[in-house]
Design a protein around this ligand. Sequence first.
Ligand code: DSN
Length: 412
Amino acid sequence: MTPDVEVAALLKQELARQETVLSMIPSENAPSLAVLEAVGSVAGNKYAEGYPGKRYYEGNAVVDKIELLAINRAKQLFNAEHVNVQAYSGSPANQAVFLAFLKPGDTFMGLDLACGGHLTHGSPVNFSGRIYKPVSYGLDKETELLDMNAVREIALREKPKLIISGLTAYPRTINFKEFQKIAEEVGAIHLADVSHIAGLIAGESHPSPFPYTDLVMMTTHKTLRGPRGALLLCKEKYAKELDKAVFPGLQGGPHENNIAGIAVALYEALQPTFKEYSLQIVKNASVLAKELMNKGFKLVTNGTDNHLILMDLRQQGISLGKQAAFALNEAGICCNMNSVPYDPALPYKPSGLRFGTPILTTRGMKEQEMKLVAGWITEVLQNMDNSGTKLRIAKEVKELCLRFPLYPELKQ
Ligand code: DSN
């Protein structure tokens, strides 16, 4: 058989793209080669329905050891009582929580998508909003911060069975302890969806939901720097129901190659250097935010405590997000358009931009480089229709990127 040159060429092109642009979508990262190798390994050939020691297929002695390594490393890293590593990604993992602890039609609370929540936190187009009864909480209109008194009032009024804390576009820390207190007061279960900030929690640069939060879900491919996948972590009393919901409730055979990649990523996150890495992600975001504000941009909540920045472009023009993200991409800066709190525009033409620093930090960039990046973002946003400016910046971006390679070991 002749090799497939088409996909090989496209993969080469994608590597070249990633090496030469500033990838600033905050939910993305670039795992180590060791993680990528595990994901591409023979572990993916194995069917392993069930859990370690109790499988429905023979031949799982080695795979059991891999899965147990992932479980035990996650327990150690996060100080968790019970861990399930089988969910295919964040949305199925959240689905498993609903399946385990709610019945169709039950009320639950989550952060409004437009204020930085996730689709699975109650969007009407998602399973969570179609099968269950979502009650959203928002942000304070003045400060754009979470108002825990308002969350408590809604919880007391609506008596939800589940309260979700967590974010995809909220640039500040979350008070998980307060969420847990409110959940206990109204008899709800509390799920902290820490997908975006998992690596920051692991590196102690964001307050942890452990050990008091009932259930924690995190994807493994964002700040945690693993492969695509998810971890569900919980108190022992919820373990049986949660495991049953993942398998056989929702999924069949776990993707053991991904679980092997997760185990490797957790090993890396347990090393002392991961703390420095996670702190640098936050430092980089903080410098970038300050620089952008000094240049006159409005950032939601006027800054950031984590890895992400949400820029409000309404001063420049409602619905400008898409055009701005497009222009930045032409200049080699890849971010995403995003709604801002109480955005008058629709999600497909929103008024904001979302930036993150995980990949830039993975490349080894620091505060000095963030100042350069802020300058380029400013120049592009002030000259969105100027092809010459965008071309020049793309060239400068490429030069910087080549000084900070993502995968120096890989041939291009
Ligand atoms: N869609 C992801 C994000 O970009 O934040 C979350 O799953």
